[in-house]
Design a binder for this molecule. Structure first.
Ligand code: GLP
Length: 236
């Protein structure tokens, strides 16, 4: 695991966009694992700019998103499918049919989770996984637990996650209680991982996750064992 500090969010976003751009240029049909949250927004804006300038071609790129709130459909503004369409997919030349997000409205959540793991397998695995980190150390929606859960699963969101994500909803009560998330196996199986975190509020969890003990109580800590992970942090 490599850890890089940046002087600003802009610098961090440009450097992370460089890594993703290199991946796309070297393998134009790469499978990108994508994340939501505020941290990747600067990266997505930068990738969209590069695509508009003709420097990047997404026409053969496939994407798999990490997670989705249970019960939210694609046309709901708070859903992660809506977020991805608005902040990235509508701004680049990707085929929407090549983009994948777990279906939060699936009646049989367990079947949807198995389908998602199969899909990742069929795509040949994830070439590059982009991650943020939650205040409790979650990645995707892999919440602190007594064990690392390998498979895609339906999870209950922790109070800290509900609190942190309430800013995207009218009230805390509106935040869904559950979500579907790619498991730790799917994330860890990515050939390359780029985790981005910014702001003073992430300092403590970044220290805990990447310089503390490896434990399922801090899910991101497992990345310390991944052979090709870069953690990019900017305090500002
Ligand atoms: C959500 C997402 C995570 C993301 C986290 C951090 O909980 N499920 O994938 O990493 O938010 O978000 P932010 O970058 O806004 O702090």
């Amino acid at each position: 695991m490599e850890f890089i500090s940046f002087k600003s969010y802009e610098e961090l976003s440009a450097a992370a966009a460089d890594i993703i751009s290199k991946q796309i240029v070297e393998n134009p049909s790469s499978v990108l694992g994508l994340a939501t949250g505020s941290s990747p927004l600067g990266i997505y804006a930068e990738l969209a700019k590069r695509c508009a300038r003709g420097e990047l071609d997404f026409s053969l790129i496939r994407t798999v998103n990490l997670d989705e709130y249970a019960g939210l459909s694609a046309d709901c503004e708070q859903s992660y499918r809506f977020f991805m369409n608005k902040n990235l997919f509508e701004k680049i030349n990707i085929k929407l049919s090549n983009t994948h997000v777990p279906d939060g409205t699936a009646k049989d959540a367990q079947a949807e989770c198995s389908r998602y793991d199969e899909l990742v397998k069929k795509l040949g695995g994830i070439d590059l996984q982009l991650l943020g980190i939650g205040p409790d150390g979650h990645i995707g929606f892999n919440e602190p637990d007594s064990r690392f859960i390998k498979e895609t699963h339906l999870t209950e969101l922790s109070p800290s996650t509900t609190e942190a994500n309430a800013r995207f909803f009218k009230s805390k009560e509106e935040v869904p209680k559950k979500a579907l998330t790619l498991g730790m196996g799917g994330i860890f199986g990515a050939k390359k991982i780029v985790l981005v975190a910014n702001g003073p509020s992430k300092k403590e969890i970044v220290n805990k996750a990447f310089f503390g003990p490896i434990t399922p109580k801090v899910p991101a800590s497992l990345l310390q064992l991944h052979p090709d992970t870069v953690v990019m942090y900017s305090e500002v």
